[in-house]
Design a protein around this ligand. Structure first.
Ligand code: 5GP
Length: 206
């Protein structure tokens, strides 16, 4: 359909929730039609990781130059390293009518929401409330202080949900992937999105 721009899909969530595993599972399928936006990072490659496939590996100086030149859609410092999304690739791919998929941590997702409010923001959460409770209370031997700290951390994570359109539970990888794919499909059918395309096509100006 003429004028159809791709959808910017952002998968984020608290650390350790399994965003990377879910993303890899989605892209391991041959019929996945989203384009994965490869991030830039200053962290060292792990065993088996390849430059230009898993990440674009850069020095801190190179990364800071990219920030100065405005080449990143968002970036964040996470556990002592920079991570960022090259803006050029995202814009060009969306303009070509293809969906772009970002898998990024929460500070970066917040920046994307500000720049691309029309994107689709998905928050991945840990498996179950029971697990959350047992993580917080431990084996019943934790001090009150530890429990309070864990409660506080869990509350902060939960509040981050605010910025997102959908919440997906990462119980089983396969089922989380299917849910994400279903959300993207539904999002493409949203009246607001479809209407905009039709109006452009028919030259309707309001
Ligand atoms: P890892 O070092 O394990 O590959 O990734 C660490 C964290 O960085 C993960 O939570 C991952 O989602 C996040 N991350 C990867 N690429 C980007 C990016 O381009 N921007 C931001 N903000 N976070 C990213």
């Amino acid at each position: 359909m003429k004028g159809k721009k791709g959808l910017l899909i952002v998968l984020s969530g608290p650390s350790g929730v399994g965003k990377g595993t879910v993303r890899k599972a989605i892209f391991s399928k041959e019929d996945t039609e989203y384009e994965y936006s490869i991030s830039v990072t200053t962290r060292k490659p792990r065993q088996g990781e390849m430059d230009g496939v898993d990440y674009f590996f850069k020095s801190r100086e190179e990364f800071e130059r990219m920030i100065e030149r405005g080449e990143l859609l968002e970036y964040a410092e996470y556990v002592g390293n920079y991570y960022g999304t090259p803006v050029d690739y995202v814009r060009k791919t969306l303009d070509a009518g293809k969906d772009v998929f970002l898998e990024i941590e929460v500070q970066g997702a917040k920046q994307v929401r500000e720049k691309f409010p029309e994107g689709l923001f998905i928050f991945l959460v840990p498996p179950s409330l029971r697990e959350l409770k047992s993580r917080i209370t431990g084996r019943g031997t934790e001090t009150e202080e530890i429990i309070q700290n864990r409660m506080q951390a869990a509350k902060e994570e939960l509040l981050l949900m605010n910025l997102y359109d959908y919440v997906v539970v990462n119980d089983k990888i396969e089922s989380a992937c299917n849910t994400i794919n279903a959300i993207v499909k539904a999002e493409h059918c949203r009246r607001e999105r479809v209407e905009k395309i039709y109006k452009e096509m028919l030259g309707v100006h309001e």
